[in-house]
Design a protein around this ligand. Sequence first.
Ligand code: GMT
Length: 386
Amino acid sequence: MKIGITCYPVFGGSGVVATELGIALAERGHQIHFIAYSMPFRLGTLSENIYYHEVDVNTYPLFEYPNYSLNLTSKMVDVAKYEHLDILHVHYAIPHATSAVLAREILAREGIKIPVVTTLHGTDITIVGKDPSFSPVVSYSINESNGVTAVSDYLRQETYDRFEIVRDIEVIPNFIDTRRFYRQNKQHFKRALCPNDEKVLVHVSNFRPVKRANDVIHVFERLRSRGVGVKMLLVGDGPDRANAEHLARELGVYDDIRFLGKQQPVEEILSIADVFLMPSETETFGLAALEAMACGVPVVASNVGGLPELIEEGQSGFLCTLGDLDAFTERTLQIISDEATLERMSASARSRAENDFDVNRVVPRYESYYETVLAGESARLTTAVE
Ligand code: GMT
């Protein structure tokens, strides 16, 4: 198949999933055309079967605000027509699904048929979608797509609850390349960071308020004040990073925390971690947690959103009440204070990633969904789903 993929190419879970999907589909023999405003950051070098088409966000003086959505639509029309695409797969409802639906209608006038598959990732529904003025556009773009997928049961239900949806939504979870994400031997790195054999806590996020980065600092401080030998690595950057650094200084734990900023490859850092902390207010899936699990790192996370679909309580990690810092501290301690527990949970985390979320198990589900959509069999319901 010739597949056009559009995503936000910068740091962020939806861009990562879209890029990894394109790479995996290309390896399986499909021709992939990324259509985005910059090269997706996980793409690395282009290879056979992978093409990149840049969307120019023009700056003509009359347009005080750049017309990203229309520039994207125009590029989709162009690429679909001249590269003879079979399908457009967009990640994120607005504006990507909206642009794709418009491109499909424009192409239809020229006798070119191209179905649109939209994958919902979460913040397009749970955060952006909260602005009521976007609601009709989001509903329209979902309803008018030829196929729609969501990354968890939770997100599927949220979409039905928040919007006027009159079509089916297929759940296809996120996935991980377990050949790339595995526990590597990074003992030299571990020894340099932990001269006294301390345990290592890791948090990876974009430091937006929804990630509750300050909770991670509080948990660390509580462990330190109980005399537990721990260090912490914080990976990523965003609006709350400065707050978190400030809090760490205020609580007197800054010297035992490393703020590493945006890092590639994250799997090397995860390879020396003992526990991954994800105290988020919501997560539709929690891709960063899955990356940690594939590297054999148990996760202590909030019991919210799609996280219970990923983390099996007491096996690959623990789920705590949102904001319950005592629970987060106790559960982390439970894992790191007993070698047998740590080893057992580390092995369970890896198995969970391999057995249920490996790229080779999940990507074929996208392929068969494309076939369903191309055959015109994805259902458009006649009434809204409750
Ligand atoms: O994590 C983010 O805030 C970025 C965001 C995105 O849309 O790029 O991530 C969402 O999609 C990821 C990929 O499907 C999910 O793994 C994240 O859980 C989800 N984030 C939230 O729901 C907050």
